[in-house]
Ligand binder design. Structure first.
Ligand code: NAP
Length: 259
């Protein structure tokens, strides 16, 4: 399917690997010129070169921490104007609700709520002026169903979801569609580190931890960055113009709910 976005300009955050990279790859395949970001310079530079070579689009890497004002300023300077924004950052560590300090909450809220809001505040007004834009925020299935050990994530992402629910309806009349994708378990380094947490807590092997987690998913598999990227690119397409303020659960059916 031609997504109708060839030649658009996009920013994908936290994109040297995993879900962010999956989104960058799929947008590049659709012909979008990109700025991509993550903290480790060598990784983001290599990823940019690989994506540009594979898809023949322009890909500019920016090594910066997207959770900080200074990092976002450098990313935004490189972007200028964007038609497409994909917000993302690393997820907070697992733990126990009794142990989290105010600083732990602030770190999670900065990374997984306020940085996405600040990027939308910076880039969506320009999209509205030009009458076209797409924003996809990468959140988590924990928005629909809390994951006990990921309370910092449950908390921060719920805040972002509430913001998007209101703001997306205020900008849709200007041709800007803002939506969230809620990943279930996808085969990325983050999934491996969560598998390891289960293996450590239960005293079982990494393979057994993965087998147990896969058994909770009706497809019997983890999702892939390619699955995730394809959904993201569709939400950024011309065809997605009537999808506004939605939370698209991408979890292989893991959440046992009717709607
Ligand atoms: P991943 O494979 O660990 O990749 C994380 C990417 O983000 C890397 O490119 C990393 O590069 C970059 N990054 C991390 N913190 C950053 C920051 N502050 N500023 C800029 N870049 C940053 O993780 P993932 O699985 O793709 O997960 C992406 C998001 O989806 C996370 O928030 C995660 O919690 C959420 N999620 C994932 C799953 C899953 O199963 N994979 C499920 C639910 C939710 P550097 O380290 O070099 O910066």
């Amino acid at each position: 399917m031609d997504l109708g976005i060839r030649g658009k300009r996009g920013l994908v955050c936290a994109a040297s690997k995993g879900l962010g990279r999956g989104c960058a790859e799929a947008l590049a395949e659709a012909g979008v010129d990109l700025v991509i970001n993550s903290r480790t310079e060598s990784d983001i530079t290599r990823t940019a070169e690989e994506i540009a070579a594979k898809h023949g689009v322009s890909v500019t890497p920016v090594a910066a921490d997207i959770a900080t004002d200074e990092g976002r300023a450098r990313v935004l300077e490189a972007v200028g104007q964007a038609d497409i924004l994909v917000t993302n950052a690393g997820g907070p560590p697992p733990g126990d609700w009794r142990d989290w300090s105010r600083d732990d909450f602030i770190r999670a809220i900065d990374a997984n709520m306020l940085s996405a809001i600040a990027l939308m505040q910076a880039l969506v007004p320009g999209m509205m002026e030009r009458g076209w834009g797409r924003v996809v925020n990468i959140t988590s299935q924990s928005v629909r169903s809390p994951i006990a050990v990921l309370g910092l994530s449950n908390t921060a992402r719920a805040g972002l979801t509430g913001f998007v629910a209101g703001m997306s309806r205020q900008v849709a009349g200007h041709g800007v569609c803002v939506n969230n994708i809620l990943p279930g378990i996808h085969a990325t380094d983050r999934a491996v580190s969560l598998d390891k947490g289960v293996s450590d807590r239960q005293g079982i092997s990494l393979e057994e931890a993965r087998r147990q987690r896969q058994a909770t998913i009706p497809t019997g598999t983890y999702g892939t960055p390619e699955d995730f990227g394809a959904t993201c690119a569709f939400l950024c397409s011309q065809q997605a113009r009537f999808i506004v303020g939605q939370n698209i659960l991408l979890d292989g059916g893991a959440l046992n709910v009717t709607i």
